[in-house]
Ligand binder design. Structure first.
Ligand code: ADP
Length: 385
């Protein structure tokens, strides 16, 4: 099902140029979508169409199959379900305290005091902002402001989360954390849409990429296909992801056969290189243990991992990281945990991944898919009691 659609949408800013020039596009429910394109391509404008902040000059925007009507009741309904996080948190945060800012959406939805408290509390703790409730947002760092803005959207529990350039002006470790948190939201069923000009990020993260330039959608599709089209990349003034560049160069030189699926990340590229060098098969592969550390019966991660033997330990997801910190568990990996564990396991070592809820399946499925595709002998074990 298409959760959001635009049909031949055109839009001009007052007195300005046409920012969208006939955009027809559908976003499937439950996907991770990246809008990619140079500055001025129309990405932000399109995002503002999707939650009704802007109204098309002509054409139609649809949510779950129904055309938007721009009366206040239906806009309220739409915004409850489609949340947007602006690129610059200063455009989003305005209340005197963090609590009031995050509560703004839920209060506007007409929730009871108790519901507001619950949803705001959940969103703040999810974003690692416990203790920030009374602080004034304008005194906080850029990364903290971004997390508050995201908490404000999550507090409304929307079905679709849209983020304009979620990683711009944020340090790399915080960016990884935000992207992992978006993965987690997606695993929980939300459709997540970001805009970015970081092709490396889009390549690794997105299920679907929408390539935009000069107010138009040039193409939509899986990242490995879309970013492989060199002519199109040039036309859109976009540099392909390094991994793909490297892969195509290897094909060009006859080192690997054309027509296979290009590697999605470093583990896939390492396999390919081992194949080329011909040393791959000899090595003994290790194990990856995945532990759900948030079981109601035994909420003590330290006890859960006691007695397990492993070389490296990582935590995936906000809750797992928080539990690890609370228990003073020293983590080797806090982001890119799946890839790092695979790489260490390819080296014969054992990795333990602490995670929670739906992320257990997500991690196991991703690693199992890698093992299947690469033909490696890494063993994956879920320790869910
Ligand atoms: P992107 O997000 O891809 O960088 P935008 O949607 O921000 O692109 O911009 C698309 C076009 O609309 C650009 O030419 C930009 O200058 C113009 N534009 C964006 N916002 C405004 C505005 N508030 N007023 C006038 N023109 C705008």
């Amino acid at each position: 099902m298409k959760i959001l659609e635009t049909r031949d949408v055109r839009f001009s800013y007052p007195g300005g140029i046409e920012a969208l020039r006939g955009v027809s596009l559908g976003l499937s429910v439950g996907r991770k979508v990246a809008l990619v394109g140079p500055n001025g391509a129309g990405k932000s404008t399109l995002m503002l169409m999707w939650n009704g902040v802007l109204r098309p000059t002509s054409g139609e925007v649809r949510f779950k199959g129904g055309a938007l009507s721009y009366d206040s009741a239906s806009l309220k309904r739409l915004r409850r379900n489609v949340g947007i996080v602006f690129q610059n948190p200063d455009d989003q945060l305005f209340a005197p305290t963090v609590y009031q800012d995050v509560a703004f959406g839920p209060v506007n939805l007409g929730l009871s005091r108790a519901e507001v408290d619950l949803q705001v509390g959940d969103a703040l703790s999810y974003m690692g902002l416990e203790g920030f409730e009374r602080r004034p947002p304008h005194q906080l760092s850029g990364g903290e402001k971004k997390r508050i803005a995201i908490a404000g959207i999550l507090a409304m529990r929307p079905e679709v989360v849209i983020l304009d350039e979620p990683t711009s002006n944020i340090d790399p470790a915080s960016s990884e954390e935000i992207m992992e948190m978006l993965d987690e939201q997606n695993v929980q069923g939300k459709t997540v849409v970001i805009s970015t000009h970081d092709v490396e990020l889009a390549y690794r993260w997105a299920d679907d990429v929408v390539l935009m330039d000069a107010g138009r959608v040039i193409r939509q599709g899986p990242p490995e296909i879309l970013f492989s089209d060199e002519d199109q990349m040039r036309q859109a003034r976009i540099k392909p992801p390094v991994l793909l560049d490297l892969y195509h160069e290897m094909v060009e030189r006859g080192l690997v056969e054309d027509g296979r699926t290009p590697p999605e990340g470093i583990p896939g590229m390492i396999d390919l290189m081992e194949e080329v060098i011909g040393k791959g098969a000899k090595r003994h592969h290790g194990r990856i243990l995945i532990v759900d550390v948030d079981r109601p019966s035994d909420n003590l991660p330290r006890r859960l991992i006691e007695g397990l033997s492993f070389d490296y330990i990582g935590a995936m997801g906000t809750r797992a990281k928080m539990l690890a910190q609370k228990e003073g568990i020293d983590l080797d990996f806090t982001y890119g945990v799946i890839d790092k564990s695979i790489l260490r396991a390819l080296n014969g070592e054992t990795c333990l991944i602490m995670t929670t809820g739906g992320m257990v399946d997500h991690a196991a499925l991703r690693i199992e898919a890698y093992v299947r595709e690469s033909g490696s002998s890494i063993k994956v074990e879920r320790l869910d009691g």
